[in-house]
Design a protein around this ligand. Sequence first.
Ligand code: ZN
Ligand code: ZN
Ligand code: ZN
Length: 192
Amino acid sequence: MPVALLPPITGSHGPTDAEPLTEGPRFVRTRAMTRWHRVRSGIRYTNGRLVYNLWCTGHVQGATFLSCDTPPASEPVCGLCDGKAVGAGQEPDGPPGRQLLFSPRHINPPKNCPGSRTDMTEELPGGRAGRCLACSDTLPLRAMGGPYNPRWAIVQHPPGPGLVPPCPFHRWRQLTARAGTVVCSCGRDLTS
Ligand SMILES: [Zn+2]
Ligand SMILES: [Zn+2]
Ligand SMILES: [Zn+2]
């Protein structure tokens, strides 16, 4: 039975020729690995190559790895992978008697809207309020920047219910305005 995967979040520019996978195998290992690992996220490149990222570190790829639902009892399972996957809620089964908790970063929307204090703003008639291009809320405009570099931007605010869906690779962390819409730095148009 495949498991639901998390988005393949990356801090780098991220692959532009790949799509995120929503499902993957429960446990994987290469022949060189000393234990079974759990899969956190996965991507499929346009050339068909699959890469599964592990909850601890590293990845398996191509056709060079083994996968299974339940590792043989005699073979060890990576404690980091098990603890993180169960603690994050990907898997219900942890060690008996433990309530594991692990909170992956950048999964949930940020506390402050990424449109706060940026040029992701559409000025409304009158000039006192703007529409946040990231979440569509209407908010007051304030002068920002120094005296030599003045600009108008929306005040800091929590994301409104209209917040754009996240980029699967960069979430809401690399948004910029482009022609009245919001795009991710990797080129994904998030408002469409
Ligand atoms: Zn692991
Ligand atoms: Zn906003
Ligand atoms: Zn992106």
